[in-house]
Design a protein around this ligand. Structure first.
Ligand SMILES: Nc1ncnc2c1ncn2[C@@H]1O[C@H](COP(=O)(O)OP(=O)(O)OP(=O)(O)O)[C@@H](O)[C@H]1O
Length: 290
């Protein structure tokens, strides 16, 4: 059953009356209920634009349906987690997580209870009274995830949520996100630059073309749904194979985007900590080595 249905989405940015940027071009896509779906594409292909439009933060021509209901603006059926946490610095962790519930009109006692429940789910019990500047990056992102989940949205939209974290914290949070996804059964749409992250987390990965963004191909990830670090799935033959396939698809688009952006050479495809430098493919990506 479709959770998110995107039909003929086209987005043009007008910086001024003379300059127009076609960011997304007639993009259609269906994401199933409870699916973990990743969007992968070269820098500037329109991944964030697409996520923001689904979130109702930006408008476009075309249609988006969430559970059959058209998106007309932001709404509580979608929770968004950004790369830069976006927490209220003057509110405690508990107040940050309870915020969406307050907006929903949930009474204080009930919303505090719910907020504590979601903080426990992301492993932050005991940190309720801290302020965001007293937390590590990983803890801030856990708070942001708890906040997005607390009002029980149909869809969780995540825009490179782990890109600013160090590699180890990133892997820990990937694990936790999978656990939370399994437990809550949410539909997750996850934007990333990292092929490895997309393969590790998602059930399907859409490779987006260089701008203007269209769906180049949707790749099914033939790994078991329940993935844990102990099983070392990243070293398996299936993982390596699908990663290489995605790398090939993505590298064609990176070359295209390099040419389109006037760099004259391909852009970086990163697998690790969210680099965006417009240079060449990393050696490991070229060979597909671990
Ligand atoms: N507010 C805006 N005004 C004008 N152009 C914009 C605006 N926001 C994005 N763009 C342009 O639209 C295109 C898509 O941008 P978007 O941020 O969605 O890409 P992205 O794939 O998320 O990139 P990255 O991976 O680097 O974050 C880019 O060419 C970008 O410069």
């Amino acid at each position: 059953m479709a959770s998110v249905q995107i039909e003929h989405l086209t987005k043009t940015y007008s910086s001024n009356s003379k300059v127009e940027t076609l960011a997304l071009d007639d993009l259609s896509l269906t994401i199933n209920k409870g699916e973990f779906f990743a969007l992968l594409g070269p820098s500037g292909c329109g991944k964030s634009t697409l996520l923001h439009i689904i979130g109702g933060l930006s408008s476009a021509s075309g249609t988006i349906l969430i559970n059959g209901e058209p998106v007309k603006g932001p709404g509580l059926n979608r929770g968004i987690v950004f790369q830069e946490y976006a927490l209220f610095p003057w509110k405690t962790v508990l107040e940050n997580v309870a915020f969406g519930l307050k907006m929903k009109g949930v009474p204080k006692k009930e919303r505090d209870l719910k907020a504590r429940e979601y903080l426990a789910l992301v492993g932050l019990s005991g940190f309720e009274e801290r302020y965001p500047d007293q937390l590590s990056g990983g803890m801030k992102q856990r708070t942001a995830i708890a906040r997005a989940l607390a009002f029980d949205p149909e869809v969780l939209l995540m825009d490179e949520p782990f890109a600013a974290l160090d590699a180890q914290t990133r892997e820990i949070l990937q694990e936790e996100l999978l656990r939370i996804w399994e437990k809550t059964g949410k539909t997750v749409i996850f934007v990333t630059h990292s092929i490895e992250e997309a393969v590790y987390l998602a059930q399907r990965v859409a490779v987006i073309t260089a701008r203007p963004g269209r769906i180049k191909e949707i790749v099914e990830i033939p790994l078991p749904e329940h993935r844990t670090a102990e099983e070392d799935i990243r070293s398996s033959a299936v993982f390596t194979e699908v990663r290489h396939r995605l790398w090939k698809l993505l590298s064609e688009e990176v070359v295209n985007s390099g040419a389109l952006n006037g760099y004259g050479r391909p852009q970086t495809v990163t697998r690790e900590v969210g680099e965006k430098a417009p240079l060449r493919l990393a050696a490991r990506e070229r060979t597909g080595e671990a």
